[in-house]
Design a protein around this ligand. Structure first.
Ligand code: ATP
Ligand code: MG
Length: 262
């Protein structure tokens, strides 16, 4: 039986340069991957979801996103770190829903629930025609989704750092279309939408990081949407396309979201 860490990260050739890189990636690996995470990764590999994990695209306190290789190209693998850091920052309404589903003591189960949630929401958005990565699978704290980036393996950049040369008008129209679909077809609001959670790929926007999305009929949905749209009204105004919040609110059909009682 090969060790799960060798399945997830096949040992490389023994050149000096490779050994140095190997040392660096092992350090990351040890910080990042506990044994059961490596097992989840190797189960996904056995299922044929990808052949091996490649390098990290982004890592943070709560987890990281890795590029993975497949025979036909790349996939993105998001791994939530086992620990309770994610849950300290959760808005109370999300936490409350969680408590109903898993015991609060059992963080590993909570993280699985969170990962499953992101997989499910991605699927709902993808099926509704919202531009998001396609969800492929999840196992425990590991989510496999479509890779947003070039055929050369270069990942798409976040909107916040990649607007140079882009046409603000086209970006605005694209964003409005994505949010409209999200509300009217998927019946969801994102809840953490900002230029940090939108990628720009071949001139088009791709919405990511959706685990905290809420149904449009949730009592908090309207407030969450308001915050999301405020972020983008500011963003487009700074980009040189003056965007009053009310215009964006109307354009996205936001009034359909949990209307207050009359
Ligand atoms: N499917 C994908 N294809 C390519 N890159 C991706 C993909 N998903 C995520 N990324 C990259 O990984 C970063 C982190 O992803 P995401 O926002 O989902 O995770 P996060 O843990 O919420 O991170 P943060 O706390 O920084 O928002 C993104 O900003 C993006 O650069
Ligand atoms: Mg994010």
């Amino acid at each position: 039986m090969p060790r799960p860490e060798d399945v997830a990260f096949p040992p490389r050739k023994e050149r000096f340069e490779d050994r140095r890189k190997e040392g660096e990636s092992r350090k990351l690996r040890d910080e990042f991957f506990d044994h059961s995470t490596l097992l989840a990764v190797s189960r996904l590999i056995t299922q044929g979801q990808f052949e091996a994990l490649d390098h990290p695209i982004a890592t943070g306190k709560e987890g990281g996103v890795f590029r993975a290789t497949t025979p036909g190209g790349f996939r993105a693998v998001k791994i939530y770190r086992i620990g309770n850091s994610v849950f300290r920052t959760l808005p109370p309404h999300v936490l409350e829903e969680f408590r109903r589903r898993a015991s609060a003591q059992n963080f590993s189960r909570l993280i699985t629930a969170w990962t499953r949630r992101e997989h499910t929401i991605l699927g709902r958005l993808y099926d509704a025609g919202v531009r998001t990565p396609e969800p492929y699978a999840y196992d425990r704290n590991v989510l496999v989704m479509g890779f947003v980036g070039g055929a050369d393996g270069e990942p798409a950049r976040r909107l916040i750092v990649s607007t140079a040369g882009a046409d603000p008008e086209a970006l605005y129209a694209d964003l409005v279309r994505q949010i409209r679909r999200m509300i009217s077809r998927a019946h969801l609001v994102h809840g953490d939408l900002s230029p940090y959670n939108v990628l720009l790929h071949q001139g088009r926007l791709v919405l990511i990081d959706v685990a905290q999305a809420m149904p449009t009929d949730h009592p908090q949905a309207r407030a969450l949407l308001e915050r999301d749209l405020k972020n983008f009204a500011r963003f487009f105004s700074r980009l040189g396309r003056p965007t009053p919040f009310d215009d964006l609110w109307r354009a996205t059909g936001a009034d359909a979201v949990h209307p207050p009682e009359r």
